[in-house]
Design a protein around this ligand. Structure first.
Ligand code: ADP
Length: 196
């Protein structure tokens, strides 16, 4: 049985994490952010080390350790009762991050919809990332060069994931709006997907 999944999609700074944390409070929805999984690793963990090397330059961590980390996490959550594969919906934030990851996850997740948080205002996104760098002490948001690399990686490697899944699954949400309005639009899509 594949896991019912909704992808939170959008460039760095679009607000996936903000929305994911709120939406994940809804009963039977679980928010999983791959970035958080990496950041929660201990510094001694070899994957944690790999993450520091790649993320601090704005690059993606290689696919195999990324998928393994994610798989171990969801298995743990299923075992300890945080996630029920039969009744719950996964809200995936930050994964799959390229087409290869989407293929590696194909046998495990069933994607029923994609919330594409779309931000036309590039300056606004860069501002959000720089504000976050200060608030959360994030290395990958700290300098403009790294931010630019991350935005380019998104364009080149992550955006093609949308085509991979196909247009009919994609729901575009204007993420230049305030968090409350983005939330309202996101909930509307989630409700529609439940009715399908
Ligand atoms: P943002 O949404 O701002 O890009 P994330 O927390 O999702 O931030 O990701 C931060 C960093 O973690 C990425 O730049 C990348 O180095 C690493 N990362 C997160 N998810 C993945 C993934 N699925 N595959 C590879 N690297 C990832």
């Amino acid at each position: 049985m594949k896991l019912r999944t909704i992808l939170l999609f959008g460039s760095p700074g679009a607000g996936k994490g903000t929305q994911g944390k709120i939406l994940g409070k809804i009963p039977n929805y679980l928010h999983v952010s791959s970035g958080d999984l990496f950041r929660n690793l201990r510094i001694q963990n070899p994957i944690g080390q790999l993450f520091l090397d790649y993320a601090s330059h704005g690059n993606l961590v290689p696919d195999e350790p990324t998928i393994n980390l994610w798989r171990d996490d969801i298995e743990n959550r299923s075992r300890n009762g945080q996630f029920n594969p039969e009744t719950d919906t996964l809200l995936l934030d930050g994964i799959p991050r390229n087409v290869n990851q989407a293929k590696l996850l194909e046998d495990i997740i069933h994607v029923v919809g994609i919330l594409n948080l779309y931000c036309t205002d590039l300056d606004r996104m860069v501002e959000r990332l720089q504000a976050r760098a200060l608030r959360q002490n994030r290395l990958d948001d700290a300098n403009l060069e790294t931010i630019k690399t991350r935005l380019k990686v998104y364009e080149d490697e992550t955006k093609p994931v949308l085509e991979h899944y196909g247009e009919t699954l994609v729901h575009v949400i204007d993420s230049t709006q305030s968090p409350v309005h983005v939330l309202r639009d996101s909930l509307e899509v989630l409700a529609k997907l439940e009715d399908q």
